[in-house]
Design a protein around this ligand. Structure first.
Ligand code: GSH
Length: 198
């Protein structure tokens, strides 16, 4: 299998954490999705990473589809299983939604570099993240144990906020998430996949 990824992408990071945690044989191919490489566009017309290409050449995207595929094939379907079931699924959706907005906010930074930033959307995205952090903090404490996929995604989210949006100072709004992060981001699969912008 082949994974198209970028080191700055938090969605790609989730894939790379799963791949490491379960020792899945995957060739990781680093790309910049904005380069519009023709081989990449052939497998994912959306031009977004991550994208997994299976041995039969079938391409899988987006990150949640790939994660659920890897879970079923290589992780005994444990990654998305925890009780209470719907609360755990909802929490995953909350984290993913917050990450989507953090990535949109990053795109506003890129637009600012092009001189076409929208203050309205920048503030809207920032406010959504700032509203979500205390909700994530409160919900986190309600689970006896967190669904494994959510644990991985929460590390990806919090460290992406540190990487791209330090000005938001999420630790002030979610001090228990900060403690939680220190207890959960030390494994090699997290350290090896930390975001960078090289
Ligand atoms: N919903 C997609 C989002 C993927 C995504 O937005 N990836 C970003 C990098 S973090 C990307 O490839 N952006 C390129 C673009 O927007 O053209 C997923 O979960 O995989």
């Amino acid at each position: 299998m082949k994974l198209y990824f970028s080191v700055a992408s938090p969605y790609s990071r989730l894939m790379r954490i799963i791949i490491r945690q379960f020792n899945i044989a995957v060739d990781e191919l680093e790309i910049n999705p904005f380069d519009n490489d023709s081989d990449f566009l052939q497998v994912n017309p959306l031009a977004k990473v991550p994208c997994l290409v299976l041995p039969n050449q079938q391409a899988l995207f987006d990150s949640e589809v790939i994660a659920r595929y890897l879970d079923q094939e290589f992780a005994h379907s444990r990654l998305f299983t925890a009780e209470p079931y719907w609360s755990q699924q909802q929490f995953f959706a909350l984290l993913k939604g917050c990450l989507d907005i953090a990535v949109q906010l990053r795109q506003e930074q890129m637009r600012a570099e092009l001189g076409v930033e929208s203050l309205f959307f920048k503030q809207r995205f920032e406010q959504a993240i700032l509203r979500s952090m205390p909700v994530i903090e409160a919900k986190l404490s309600t689970f006896e144990s967190l669904m494994p996929a959510s644990k991985m995604l929460l590390v990806c989210l919090l460290e992406y906020l540190d990487f791209r949006h330090q000005q938001l100072n999420w630790r002030q709004l979610a001090p228990n998430c900060c403690k939680w992060l220190h207890q959960h981001n030390g494994d090699s699969c997290y350290i090896e996949t930390q975001p960078s912008s090289h």
